[in-house]
Design a protein around this ligand. Structure first.
Ligand SMILES: C[S@@+](CC[C@H](N)C(=O)[O-])C[C@H]1O[C@@H](n2cnc3c(N)ncnc32)[C@H](O)[C@@H]1O
Length: 292
């Protein structure tokens, strides 16, 4: 449901900050600190055990690794990290010990690293991994598209699955996808080869101006949402719509929230950062009380 917005001094409507959203972001520096903290405690325990009861460390390595994981998880709990980080902390050292026992050739580690790099690229910087919008979400997004022909952008288009569905449903619109991870970008390029109304570019979407787009779609993570909102407010045209899959903009009222009705309970958060009264442009978005 759209909520009433306030006005900036220049007379433009601006969405009103509402409930504060707590965005839990665990930086890699914090993760490293938790791991090192666990390692230091376990090292002290191991040294004490070796001195006092002359125990063979190699024989209890897996137990020490599990202990290290538990301590790292406890530290990350104190750091207020999201729940899934606890599992990563608990599993990291024990898995390293188990994999070491498999005695794999070093080339396998390099190959695994390169494959993950090609799929996820610099997730450590972007804080946005690869996961894809499903079919039900694509259908809901198609219903939100502007009535008139226009330009659509998918920020971080992944393998281009959503964008190719949009392009097929709306041949009158031009769809642009920007993706920085090499493997998803390549798949997106191949997948959209026969679609004349799609452009897939490899690179960072942040320098791309949003000024020329009527519909901006983002399926990212909580981390970049405040920055995306700032960019959208600075660049998007007054009638343009920003739709964020799953992740809302902290403290900003949505124009409309669409429940997709799929198994994962997807919600599309719709914003018009530089809102106008042009409710006819997007038939899928009913006008809010302040837009009538
Ligand atoms: C959650 S996936 C969504 C994929 C696609 N938009 C979809 O809905 O199916 C987010 C994608 O954004 C990409 N990404 C994250 N930050 C990016 C950036 N700064 N520039 C380009 N791509 C980025 C990631 O590599 C990932 O493929």
């Amino acid at each position: 449901m759209a909520s009433k917005s306030r006005r900036w001094p220049d007379g433009k409507d601006a969405p009103r900050p509402t409930r504060p959203t707590i965005v839990k972001v665990h930086s890699l520096r914090h993760a490293l600190l938790a791991q090192v903290g666990g390692l230091l405690v376990v090292l002290l325990i191991a040294m004490a055990l070796a001195r006092i009861i002359h125990v063979e460390i190699a024989g209890i390595l897996i137990i020490l690794a599990m202990l290290q994981g538990g301590i790292a998880a406890m530290i990350s709990l104190r750091q207020n990290a999201p729940g899934w980080w606890l599992l990563i902390h608990m599993g990291f050292a024990p898995l390293a010990v188990i994999v070491q026992d498999l005695q794999l050739a070093p080339g396998w580690y390099l190959a695994g690293f390169l494959l993950l790099l090609a799929i996820f690229w610099r997730t450590d910087q972007s804080r946005v991994p690869l996961y894809l919008s499903n079919r039900a979400t694509s259908r809901a997004v198609i219903d939100l598209l502007p009535k008139a022909p226009g330009r659509i952008i998918d920020l971080g288009c992944g393998t281009g699955s959503l964008l190719s569905r949009l392009a097929r449903a709306r041949p009158d619109c031009h769809c642009v996808g920007i993706e920085h991870a090499p493997l998803p970008w390549l798949i997106a390029r191949l997948r959209t080869l026969g679609l004349p109304n799609v452009t897939i570019r490899r690179g960072d979407f942040w320098p791309e101006s949003l000024a020329g787009y009527d519909f901006v779609y983002a399926f990212l993570s909580p981390a970049p949402m405040p920055r995306l909102w700032e960019k959208a407010c600075a660049e998007m045209a007054p009638s343009a719509l920003l739709v964020s899959n799953s992740f809302d903009v902290p403290g900003i009222s949505v124009l409309q929230e669409v429940r997709v009705g799929d198994r994962r309970g997807t919600r599309l958060h719709c914003y018009r950062p530089n809102k106008t009264n042009d409710s006819a442009a997007f038939p899928g978005i009913p006008p809010g009380p302040d837009q009538e």
